[in-house]
Design a protein around this ligand. Structure first.
Ligand SMILES: [Zn+2]
Length: 464
């Protein structure tokens, strides 16, 4: 075993031991050969339902099927068409439930984000464990205890158990389209502003930082992000660490019981676009690309916030001027109509709307701790231009125009994102301080990061 493989094992193994649901994560070159022994050892399986889409079946499914057949394990394939791209919906998960009920056997998901999420949800309905063969380091959901699926139009994370055993063959991951590892890198980069959001919520006494989940993600994050060009080139070592980081982030969510350790306002902006089915050239924009753009949006807001001196803010004036709950509700209906997004946003927004006394005390508290909090955030965050340059090197989109999201649409999404979740983020902090509009106006103004005349279209990057 090479030194980096030993290091990888040393990172993953203690996390797996701590997990109540994941028994094994096997990452390495040529490990696909272990699929049958692992199935036997962990499940005693003699019969499986292989869930994949056409692309996943070509990438590894066929090989898995042959290896299992050779080991005397019966395989019923359940293959979705990959074109048009498979949707992460409750309806598609129900198809898997039916297929497994019909054929019987252990579900084996061969694929990346959508296939894994659908199988995860389906097996939870069936009260069965499952096995996952990863085909790309494209997102952090492999090991998370939840599946972000759309249920009649509203995307939310439905609690369900991760695969009991996960296998990632680096030769398979390296053969995935290069843009897919860029998406994984983008999803990973979101953990930086998401961490800042958690620092804020912790400092305000709203949601304490968790001693287990925080270090799992944040203590290694800069290492996982340190080699964007190697990720873009499909370097096995870089892919292994990216995959490990994504999987460990998922497990951190499992330990914490929510996605807070890995998702903040960056993901709220991304989810908004995903729920709108944002597409470019007819292809849905990937989760990782949306998170990359969400992360940069939030990083830019933090850059702005860190330049502010909050000592002159008058809490009474802000409380007096802020939008009443009824106005917030009207704003939600104006933006989202009567959709499920609107209904969900009303619930989430009501749940976090502070009364006047709470808001007054919160603003006073922010003013009092701001010099310390600002220093802590500045030490933690990476300036937006630096993050953007790393994301560019990883080959993921860094400007919404590249995926057809106009400046006006982008700006509007940043303003709307706080409604969809009660989780406290920089968007709420800015809103509580009466500064959200100024911060957004500055980022999108003539001298802002996204000035209307900025950045021509560079390249298209979309997909699953
Ligand atoms: Zn994500």
């Amino acid at each position: 075993m090479s030194s980096w493989e030993a290091q990888l094992k040393a990172t993953i193994d203690p996390v797996v031991r701590r997990s109540k649901t994941v028994d094994a994560i096997v990452v390495g070159s040529g490990v696909l050969d272990q699929v049958a022994p692992l199935l036997t050892a962990h499940f005693g399986a003699t019969k499986v339902v292989l869930v994949a889409d056409d692309k996943g079946f070509d990438a590894a499914g066929q090989q898995v099927e042959a290896l299992l057949a050779r080991a005397g394990i019966a395989v019923t394939p359940h293959i979705f068409p990959a074109d048009p791209r498979l949707k992460p919906s409750v309806e598609n998960a129900s198809d898997i439930v039916e297929a497994v009920r019909r054929a019987g056997g252990l579900p084996v998901a061969v694929g990346s984000g959508v296939i894994n999420d659908l199988t995860k949800y389906a097996t939870f309905q069936l009260d069965q464990p499952f096995f996952c063969v990863a085909t790309a380091a494209s997102m952090d959901g492999y090991a998370s205890a939840g599946a972000p699926l759309s249920d009649r139009g509203f995307k939310h994370t439905i609690p369900c158990a991760p695969p009991r055993v996960m296998l990632a063959d680096l030769d398979v991951l390296a053969n995935a389209p290069a843009e897919m590892s860029g998406w994984g890198y983008g999803d990973m980069a979101g953990k930086l502003p998401a961490g800042a959001d958690w620092i804020v919520a912790d400092a305000l006494g709203i949601e304490a930082i968790d001693d287990v989940a925080w270090p799992l993600v944040q203590n290694n994050l800069r290492d996982w992000l340190s080699a964007p060009t190697a990720v873009a080139a499909g370097d096995p070592q870089a892919m292994a660490f990216l995959f490990a980081g994504l999987v460990i982030s998922g497990l951190a969510m499992e330990f914490h019981g929510s996605s807070r350790p890995a998702s903040g306002a960056d993901h709220q902006i991304a989810h908004l676009w995903e729920m709108e089915d944002v597409a470019f050239g007819g292809v849905p924009v990937s989760h990782g690309a949306c998170v990359s753009l969400g992360a940069l949006s939030v990083a830019a807001l933090y850059d702005w916030l860190l330049t502010q001196d909050l000592s002159g803010i008058d809490a009474r004036t802000i409380v007096g001027r802020r939008a009443a709950l009824a106005t917030e509700e009207a704003e939600i209906r104006r933006r989202f109509g009567e959709s499920n997004i609107a209904l969900r946003s009303l619930v989430e927004t009501r749940a976090k709307y502070p009364d006047d006394t709470v808001l007054f005390a919160r603003i006073e508290h922010i003013k009092a701790i701001w010099p310390t909090l600002r220093e802590r955030l500045a030490g933690f965050l990476m300036p937006m231009p630096e993050l953007r340059s790393m994301l560019r090197q990883a080959g993921v989109v860094t400007d919404p125009l590249q995926v057809g999201i106009s400046r006006a649409h982008h700006k509007d999404s940043v303003l709307a994102a706080r409604f969809i979740r009660k989780r406290y983020t920089i968007l709420d902090l800015l809103n509580d301080l009466g500064l959200l509009d100024s911060a957004v106006a500055s980022c999108f103004g003539p001298d802002g990061v996204w000035s209307p005349t900025d950045t021509p279209l560079r390249h298209a990057a979309s997909g699953s």
